[in-house]
Unconditional design. Structure first.
Length: 134
């Protein structure tokens, strides 16, 4: 289909739709047609009025002042560059306990025999022990 054929079909569709709408509007009672016409003109009049730009214009300077104040606060406020965290007392002792390699293990598996696992890994690597299930 070319653009001209589509346009011709659209105009035919438009003509037919317009004719059907006019015919159905003519079949309506006069009171209903009058109310519909009044409602249409009321809607067009309401749409033609500006959407309260006065309120927007009234608050615009206040918004600008608030924006400038916020920008100045962000730029000029101290960012805490001079503060330092001093670790002393219980916090420092806790870190010492956690980093001490000679301390007791903190896990609950204190009865694990690490020597057994080392022996088992060595036996498996040497291949002298038979495989389980054979």
């Amino acid at each position: 289909m070319t653009g001209e054929e589509t346009q011709a079909e659209d105009s035919e569709f438009e003509r037919r739709a317009r004719a059907l709408l006019i015919q159905s509007a003519e079949q309506l009672p006069g009171a209903v047609r009058s109310r519909l016409t009044q409602a249409r003109y009321a809607a067009l009049a309401a749409h033609a009025k500006p959407q309260s730009p006065i309120a927007f214009r009234r608050w615009m300077p206040a918004g600008a002042v608030a924006g400038v104040a916020l920008a100045l606060f962000v730029v000029l406020a101290p960012h805490g560059a001079g503060t330092r965290v001093v670790m002393a007392g219980p916090a420092l002792e806790d870190i010492d306990l956690l980093t001490d390699s000679d301390a007791l293990p903190l896990n609950s598996d204190q009865d694990v025999d690490d020597d057994f696992y080392e022996w088992a890994a060595g036996e498996a690597a040497s291949g002298s022990a038979p495989a389980i299930g054979s």
